[in-house]
Design a protein around this ligand. Sequence first.
Ligand code: BV8
Length: 247
Amino acid sequence: MFQKDGPLPPPGGSIVILTGAGISKESGLETFRDADGIWAQVSIEEVATPEAFARNPAKVHAFYNARRRGLLDAAVQPNAAHRALAHLEQAWPGQVLLVTQNIDDLHERAGSRALIHMHGEILRSLCLACGETAPWPDDMSLESACAACDTVGLMRVNVVWFGEMPFEMERIYRTLADCDLFVSIGTSGAVYPAAGFVQEARLGGRAHTVELNLEPSEGHSLFAERHYGPASEVVPAYVERLLAAVA
Ligand code: BV8
């Protein structure tokens, strides 16, 4: 009963979209919790917490250096799902805010502009000495120096680890409370606070909630409408239905 097409937002209505690793899978990037995912190869406690970085920074640098190089491989390109969301932002006669848990830059490369990287960006650095962030496409190590303050050995990748506060939460919660449509794409609904956004949207009282995923997420029962399949198929199809209503 939930797989059938649901109501559409009013033309000019506000849309909030949340994406996770599943939207980048068909671009060749690994997810986290699929059987062949990242957390099947290495544990969160070893590479994705501030304690892990304090304990063994070289191991954490190596983990992110490998993922950064993977992202910069010419074979990794935005797919039809990334492109459909960028098109929606341009063609929809209302606000579209894209909140991604992903630390890749595939949404930007597809053309999305109204975008929040709530878990940060693997292609940016953060200096623990002066707090500056900057583009960082290369490997990072304990020998890396900050371009702003020249300090060596206190550079980290500008991502949000477990136990750290995601970015722009105030703005995200405000936009969720006022939206007419909340769409969750390619996420297992395992990580908070992102996994709670569907509840925040529902509490706002107006939002229709849609899950577009390969399979039901942990929070699937909280969504009023659900469509399952590869993102490169279900996302363009859903965007087409939204835009047909305002053509
Ligand atoms: C915080 C950046 C508080 C780094 C990441 C118990 C209960 C509730 C919460 C907690 C708890 N214990 C601990 C917590 C808090 C913790 C948490 O939620 N832990 C979980 C494990 C229980 N959360 C935090 O620590 C967060 N911070 O709570 O701070 C706070 C309060 C005050 C002051 C200070 C702090 C921070 C969480 C952010 C951690 N960083 N990433 C990096 O990337 O290396 S999280 C990581 O998981 C990624 O960001 C990822 O995006 C995120 C979620 O994963 P998904 O994107 O959903 O990916 P996943 O593989 O899980 O799922 C993929 C989905 O795609 C699947 O459903 C699959 O079916 C689907 N799919 C696959 N292929 C396709 C597809 N869909 C479509 N098409 C396909 N082709």
